[in-house]
Write a protein that binds this ligand. Structure first.
Ligand SMILES: Cc1cc2nc3c(=O)[nH]c(=O)nc-3n(C[C@H](O)[C@H](O)[C@H](O)COP(=O)(O)O)c2cc1C
Length: 145
């Protein structure tokens, strides 16, 4: 099992509809290939965690990397994992712009600021720490196996 994390910059302002469109179009493929993960977005940036078999993660990332909706793709990690972190959903989308201002400010204080929102980190451990923080404040279903 593998986990890949990347960060990218959107070519257009990201709104909830943008995330919904992407996830809706990805749902079937992700299900078929047993891809799980998380798509986090601010109004300007994406950060995606993709988990699955090597071939599947590799193939979907190659497709995503060519997608013209985003650019400046920065690969954060592509590593072997013992087990998935995101077992209870397929690919979940979360828009930081939907958080209340207090939570967004807390994340900005901790992780830094970029284009008036949270700066998505470029270190895998910091990404997972951010996911843990978001998990706590959002009361998401269990994400650790
Ligand atoms: C930020 C972002 C995240 C995406 N995540 C996925 C994903 O998890 N799974 C997926 O199949 N496609 C994802 N896509 C869409 C792919 O780039 C591509 O449009 C889609 O897989 C359909 O490709 P196809 O028509 O060649 O099969 C994402 C696109 C963007 C911009």
């Amino acid at each position: 099992m593998y986990r890949l994390i990347y960060k990218s910059k959107s070519n257009q302002k990201i709104e909830w509809q943008t995330i919904e469109n992407i996830l809706h179009a990805s749902e079937k493929g992700n299900q078929e290939h047993e891809i799980s993960g998380l798509l986090l977005s601010t109004n300007t940036h994406f950060l995606q965690i993709i988990e699955g078999k090597y071939e599947d993660v590799n193939d979907v990332f190659m497709k995503i990397a060519k997608d013209e909706r985003h650019s400046e793709i920065q690969l954060i990690c592509f590593e072997v994992i013992d087990a998935r972190l995101f077992t209870s959903w397929g690919m979940r989308g979360i828009g930081v712009f939907n958080f209340n201002k207090e939570i967004e400010k807390m994340l900005m204080d901790k992780y830094g600021e970029e284009e008036q929102s949270v700066r998505f980190p470029l270190e895998a451990w910091r990404v997972l720490s951010m996911v843990d923080d978001i998990h706590m404040v959002q009361k998401l279903p269990s994400w650790k196996s």
